[in-house]
Design a protein around this ligand. Structure first.
Ligand code: NAP
Length: 246
């Protein structure tokens, strides 16, 4: 089969590698934002398509049998474009995403809709661990009445004021490290997107254990589509739908 995977996640790489091992022709599409991305086996396309119209053109020209949206749960523009383009080209597609996190007993979560609302929820003098990536940090940087720790894989492309500290770290994160960091820096608030999955979930357990408030940014709504929550489930979904190969 000719398979097109929209990536930008570890799961997309694992799925591409597994499908290549099974003998499929796989193309993974990356946005091209990361300077040194981990690359999957198979073909790699880097950069945007110019919206849904460009995507329809790319899909039509390349004769893919199956399309998989394995972008991050917060890459909502791309997920919307993929759903529309597959609809317009009548191509089968499904989503490989991560099961959203749910609050458990003892959690102190404040659910918010977006980054701006998250920054507004912080009280004065809060010590804040911000784990939303490096791209949309401005509302936190503007909170000069708080001490802000921004955790990201790459450094933000802006000069930051003294109340902001950048921690360059890559998942997975261990509970013992999360506990030590939050204790050592007296973190009062944790800000996170509801990305789901295991690799970054330890911070939530640490926050529960320490009584730290969590500001949880809810997922953007997406169009209805079949969804699976693991690479194994994605491979099974493909095996169960052999008509994809037609
Ligand atoms: P987005 O807002 O949903 O997409 C903005 C535009 O970037 C899209 O319209 C598309 O441009 C291009 N694009 C996004 N993903 C692409 C892909 N996989 N291949 C080709 N073009 C892509 O996306 P985002 O939130 O900025 O995320 C960018 C990438 O980083 C995604 O691949 C995502 O999986 C990954 N990522 C995002 C987050 C997050 O929190 N948002 C976290 C970790 C990783 P055109 O319209 O020109 O086609």
């Amino acid at each position: 089969m000719r398979v097109l995977i929209f990536g930008g996640t570890g799961e997309a790489i694992d799925l591409a590698n597994a499908l290549v091992r099974q003998g499929h022709q796989v193309t993974t599409s990356l946005a091209g934002r990361t300077r040194k991305p981990r690359l999957p086996n198979g073909h790699v396309h880097t950069g945007g398509f110019g919206g849904t119209e460009g995507l329809v053109d790319f899909i039509s020209r390349n004769g893919f049998n199956l399309i998989i949206d394995a972008t991050h749960p917060f890459a909502s523009q791309m997920s919307t474009n993929v759903a529309q383009a597959c609809d317009q080209t009548s191509k089968p597609f499904f989503r490989l995403t991560r099961e959203p996190w749910q609050a458990a007993e003892g959690d102190q979560w404040n659910n918010v809709q977006n980054i701006v609302e998250a920054a507004e929820r912080l009280p004065e003098d809060a010590n804040v661990l911000v784990t939303v990536g490096r791209q949309h940090i401005e509302p936190f940087v503007l909170r000069d009445d708080c001490k802000i720790f921004i955790r990201a894989i790459e450094h933000p492309e802006v000069i930051l004021p003294a109340h902001v500290t950048v921690l360059l770290e890559r998942p997975p994160f261990r509970l013992s490290d999360e506990l030590a960091f939050m204790r050592d820096h007296s973190i009062s608030h944790l800000v996170t997107k509801n990305a789901g999955g295991d690799q970054t979930a330890a911070k939530l357990e640490a926050a529960r254990m320490l009584g730290t408030s969590v500001i949880m940014i809810e997922r953007p709504a997406l169009a209805e589509a079949p969804e699976v929550y693991s690479v194994e489930a994605a491979l099974q979904h493909i095996a169960d739908h052999s008509a994809f190969a037609a």
